[in-house]
Design a protein. Structure first.
Length: 215
């Protein structure tokens, strides 16, 4: 039964990988954009962790300052109790002083570790931002190549540079159409104005004849 489930799992994963491969081949930019969004989310997570580290540093620093103040206070109180001969009070103040001093050691170490962790996270965050920026630049480069590829394909399709030799292009067809349209408009113009022009010419000829006759 376990082997059967494993085989089914492998078959399903194989199908998923095949679909992803087809998707990547069909639209690599879409997949790249998806990767970029995932990287951006991960980068934001690290940014959030760094903020939490600074909150921890503030908390440790606050506790450390408080422990140092109380340790100094109990030390002074122990000295006063000792001078006054108050053995029981002296012992209590000294015990408290030792507790705070131990806490100081612990908090100092914790703060040191937190500083190291914060520095490591900041370095990783900076690296992630640089890589993310590089990936965005790479995406823009790929978009430029894709635009050129699509433009070249469209131009080739319109001009038919990849078509059969001697085959007319769409631009050729458009030019022929425009020339035909120009001739048609010109013919229509002459058809509508020929009567007036001929009449004007006849009038000029008659006027010249009259001038010649009178002279």
């Amino acid at each position: 039964m376990a082997k059967l489930l494993e085989r089914i799992k492998n078959a399903v994963m194989a199908d998923i990988n095949e679909v992803l491969d087809k998707k990547e081949n069909k639209n690599p930019l879409a997949l790249l954009n998806q990767y970029l969004r995932e990287c951006e989310r991960e980068t934001e997570k690290v940014k959030g962790l760094i903020k939490r580290q600074y909150v921890l540093k503030e908390a440790f620093t606050k506790e450390l300052n408080e422990a140092e103040e109380l340790a100094a206070k109990r030390k002074k109180q122990a000295e006063i109790a000792s001078q006054a001969g108050e053995e029981e009070l002296y012992a209590f103040a000294q015990t408290e002083q030792h507790h705070y001093e131990e806490r100081i050691v612990r908090l100092t170490e914790s703060l040191k570790i937190t500083d190291q962790q914060t520095s490591e996270l900041e370095a990783k965050y900076a690296l992630m931002k640089h890589k993310l920026k590089d990936m965005n630049i790479r995406r823009l480069e790929l978009m430029g190549k894709e635009n050129m590829t699509r433009a070249s394909y469209t131009i080739d399709k319109v001009t038919n540079e990849q078509g059969k030799q001697g085959q007319t292009t769409k631009f050729d067809e458009l030019e022929t159409y425009i020339e035909g349209l120009d001739k048609k408009i010109t013919n229509n113009y002459y058809q509508h104005t020929i009567d007036e022009k001929i009449a004007a010419l006849e009038k000029k000829i008659e006027e010249k004849k009259d001038e010649t006759f009178t002279s």
